[in-house]
Design a binder for this molecule. Sequence first.
Ligand code: NDP
Ligand code: MG
Length: 384
Amino acid sequence: MKKRIVILGSTGSIGTQTIDVIASNPDKFELYGITAHSNSELLISQAKKYKPNFVIVTKDECYPIVKEALSGEDIKVFAGIESVCDLVSMPSVDIVVTAMVGYAGLKPTISAVKAGKTIALANKETLVVAGELIKELALKHRAPILPVDSEHSAIFQCLAGEANNPIEKIILTASGGPFRTHNIEQLQFVTKADALKHPNWEMGAKITIDSASMMNKGFEVIEAKWLFDLNMDQIDVLVHPQSIVHSMVQFKDGSVKAQLGMPDMRLPIAYALSYPNRLNNDYERLDFLKFNQLNFEKPDIKKFRNLDFAFQAMKTGGNMPCILNAANEIAVYGFLNDKISFLGMSDLIEWAMENAEFISKPTYEDYVETDSMVRKITSEKIGI
Ligand code: NDP
Ligand code: MG
């Protein structure tokens, strides 16, 4: 039986690479549905080429264009986030790949979890914002959450066959981004063009900025806590500029397992789709002689304060990680639109964490309210 897959965010970096994996394994997977927000052109061309059963565009203005373009095809076309929630809940769907960016992923992910679907999770913001709730729902509805993020996939792969062996700690690796060797003075003047040049990975704009500011690693720490049931003191971060060791697990006998490979997101995507099996492919192989030095450094949290904020938010709990995420989404938007500087992003996040209303035991409605309130106050603060 082929696995029927829905990709939320098919037009993005993870979305297009997921289509690539599916298209290379037509005997194993069927592309059942695709969704995007505003890139009608790419969504339409994906729909025409791969002929999924469902296509959904979440930006209302794009609906007539997509509907019209696909009118001659045997494809159902819908608009809006509620349609996405309905699609992921359909009995015929096996796997939902959450490859849309940001807080927008929360609602459809909850729907998919409630429907007991296997989640191939790329959208880490969902676990940052509402990890506790998602975890609880996933247990209740027996929805497996399989990581797509390369670090978490590495840990997941290291844990295969280790069910009875508790983790002592995990070590998340970080490339350090384009500003790894910059000092604070230099960081004051970096531009968005500088920040958008990631040394090792080709990704969407938001995560590329998050990587440059190390907020991405902070988010991944929180993501790891929920995925692998860890305490804060069980999660270490090491800068590893080559991005070859994707992360490590240390067991209670002191043994450390690592997963290595070329930086290619199709690998963790394929593992999440085909777990527990591995798929054959002809992607570039790791040549140890080409990478004959693998380096590790301590991250500098004085320079990259966002990483520290993420640890603080995780420690505080409640809606603090949701505040962190919302402030960061506005900060990144502000930076990409020349409203604040690179370091100004951390100032805005710190301000939001100090000023937004704290809720120690948030409900889903509290997360929604926190997200919109923090967006409002941070947007006002930077004049957008
Ligand atoms: P991209 O920016 O490349 O793609 C984002 C996708 O989300 C697009 O399909 C976009 O549609 C859609 N989208 C944007 N806004 C909304 C919205 N409001 N509602 C619904 N859909 C929306 O991002 P990436 O693929 O790089 O990242 C996606 C997620 O995966 C992020 O959470 C990121 O952190 C995570 N991730 C990414 C990695 C990578 O290598 N890229 C690695 C690990 C995790 P449209 O194009 O139509 O605007
Ligand atoms: Mg990652």
